[in-house]
Ligand binder design. Sequence first.
Ligand SMILES: *[C@@H]1O[C@H](CO)[C@@H](O)[C@H](O)[C@H]1NC(C)=O
Ligand SMILES: *[C@@H]1O[C@H](CO)[C@@H](O)[C@H](O)[C@H]1NC(C)=O
Ligand SMILES: *[C@@H]1O[C@H](CO)[C@@H](O)[C@H](O)[C@H]1NC(C)=O
Ligand SMILES: *[C@@H]1O[C@H](CO)[C@@H](O)[C@H](O)[C@H]1NC(C)=O
Ligand SMILES: *[C@@H]1O[C@H](CO)[C@@H](O)[C@H](O)[C@H]1NC(C)=O
Ligand SMILES: CC(=O)N[C@H]1CO[C@H](CO)[C@@H](O)[C@@H]1O
Length: 723
Amino acid sequence: MPEQLRYDGRVVVVTGAGAGLGRTYALLFASRGASVVVNDLGSNRHGDGSSTASADAVVQEIRQNGGKAVANYDSVLNGANIIKTAIEAFGRVDVVVNNAGILRDTSFMKMTDAQWDAIHDVHLKGSMKTTQAAWPYFIKQKYGRVIFTSSNSGLYGNFGQSNYSAAKLGLVGLANTLAIEGAKKNVYTNVLVPTAGSRLTEDILPPDLHDQLKPDLIAPVVFWLCHESCAENGSIIETALGWAGKCHLVRSSGCVLRQNLSANVTPENVQENWSKVIDMTSAKRLNSIQEATGELLGFIENLQSENSSSNKVDQVLTNNYNYHDIILYALGVGATVQEPNDIRYLYENADEFAVLPTFYVLYGPIGCMSTSILQDALPNIQLDPTRILHGEQYLEVCKQLPTEATVETRFKVQDVLDKGKGIVVLVQHDTYNVADGEKLSTGQISIFIVGASGFEGKRTSIHTIPTVDPPARKPDVTVTQQTSVDQAALYRLNGDFNPLHIDANVAAIAGYQKPILHGLCSLGFSTRHVLHTYAAGDPSLFKSIKARFAKPVMPGQTLRTDMWRNSNRIHFQTSLVETGVPVVTGAYIDLWDVKTEVPRANLCSGKENLQSDAIFATIGEQVKLNPDQAKKVNAVFLYNITVGGKPISEWTLDLKNGEVHKGKPKSGKADATLTVEDTDMVEIALGKLNPQIAFMRGKLKITGNIMLTQKLKTLMETNKAKL
Ligand SMILES: *[C@@H]1O[C@H](CO)[C@@H](O)[C@H](O)[C@H]1NC(C)=O
Ligand SMILES: *[C@@H]1O[C@H](CO)[C@@H](O)[C@H](O)[C@H]1NC(C)=O
Ligand SMILES: *[C@@H]1O[C@H](CO)[C@@H](O)[C@H](O)[C@H]1NC(C)=O
Ligand SMILES: *[C@@H]1O[C@H](CO)[C@@H](O)[C@H](O)[C@H]1NC(C)=O
Ligand SMILES: *[C@@H]1O[C@H](CO)[C@@H](O)[C@H](O)[C@H]1NC(C)=O
Ligand SMILES: CC(=O)N[C@H]1CO[C@H](CO)[C@@H](O)[C@@H]1O
């Protein structure tokens, strides 16, 4: 138990404390040792009338409970008087909770100046006046906490509340600046966005939940935010129903609307680029005005260099391909006749014969090796093939890719970046169908040239397509597949003949023990895994892919693709099962649509996909070794193993006959059925997840004779040691 948070010796001012939230705050602060100034004008919630009764009642209640409080009846516009009350009664002030407010709604059209001013006076100016009166004391004593009460009407807007929402968001701006001005003096300002019961919430929430909009569930959040041990500053905290979360503004990565510094921006440029301006997929929070402006300056820096390197296409390559190339590529990236979804990539007469969408990534490395594009971009650098690495790759498919075509790929160096330890060259490669001139795909390859540097060029580029880290949670789905020792030898036939992937001597010069697998080959494996899992194998759902190649893979190693779904974006990371080392990172595939109806993982039969299979194998050995223990349980359990909630495999633990086998019981019915996610099964077996807790959290579902499962515990305990 942490020590109780206290306010002994502290003086807290709460405005509008005669009722509702304010009253609850005042009572809580006082109950934990604070001396409280209970301010209330005594008007009703529409701001009319005045009486001293409500503040007095709260003061009396606090005193009856043994606390210290005084009343103040001033309007918050006379904030100086409120603070004066604190100083006169208690000799100091430490916390100001600006809570007073009134509400009167009509539509914007009908609003008068007086209605606008009344709202701004109480909410914005009143909070300012009271806080400003306390500020000199805060600065002098190097301690102070301020709360402004905003509203989701301000953050999100609300019909009929134009004056109110404007004033409420005004408080956010005020807090943003006060947080900066007070930071060095330990004076922290935060905005609270409480949702208390009101007519609005009555309409939205079901009645039983509506009763949960209690001030008691909000007050502890304010209490913590104002405590001396809380370092939060300049934040917006939303809270209600016993929940709290932080809010902030984000900005899209936007779009430069002109080609160079001497070009103008026309309204049509804006129109044409609008979808990029408002594309929030890579939106981020900017933490300060310096950071926000700094990023813009970065764009201008890029524009300047754009001035010199013209927009011309640097190289063009023409290729023909047909079913032969498509199948070879698919085999190169692990497609197998054992996986029904792969047949479409392997058999030209299959109904849905198709190109694996990452096929066009092939043209990136081929173009960079077979043309002078890199040398032209780096005229003063001696290029050594063993020092050239494929750093990152992006590919977007614009149209359904034909299974046979003559295509033209246009290459353009977008930027050359000095990364200190080497140079990064960004090359855009766009592929067009020669037959009709239509663009089929656009790609970007980032080439890393190890050791080359010192030209003191810029470090960032607007052309960079960022990788995105996966969510912090455990992967939603995992698929593993072993590569063949001949994987690189096979993959080369797609046209990337870099000897690093086949010649032991070249590999040694580059510092590898053995020839390494092509990064794009691993990427092809993971692309298949993602499409199998989230697109029901349908390649036409593929939109784009981005990935960073972090570490080499040796042919023969086993790839594990960990996947996380975030709407239509599937984040993934590929790691080596043998070493646990991540090899493809920051990666994602964007899909047009997600299709998960078909349970996927069991279709890759022959490949070991489920981690729980190994667990059951071990349990099986254990049962054979300890037949007596198994006999004691004398029951049949069916395990229903799921991945992403879909049943994937079944195992029978038959302790009557001392047998563990895949599938349902060979005769009769199971005494109990246990449904559990593959990953949770492993956690339970490893002793990392307590089965009882798993059961209570709904991670382990049991039907049938639950009591019998208690007896399983001993068996599992013995097992843990073996795993
Ligand atoms: C705020 O404006 C609305 C009209 O949008 C008005 O009905 C309401 O009375 C105003 N509030 C106050 C306190 O004047
Ligand atoms: C608030 O104060 C903290 C602690 O000094 C500081 O880290 C933070 O940057 C400040 N916030 C703002 C918005 O200035
Ligand atoms: C700058 O952009 C304009 C408009 O796109 C173009 O006409 C002009 O040639 C460009 N100038 C340079 C120096 O690239
Ligand atoms: C960009 O190009 C224009 C037109 O050639 C030139 O006037 C201008 O000085 C250049 N700007 C920079 C920063 O090089
Ligand atoms: C296995 O789990 C799935 C998903 O929870 C469920 O729909 C199915 O009924 C379960 N099967 C058995 C035999 O309990
Ligand atoms: C980044 C981007 O798409 N820029 C485009 C903005 O619009 C102009 C035409 O108005 C295009 O030339 C740019 O490519």
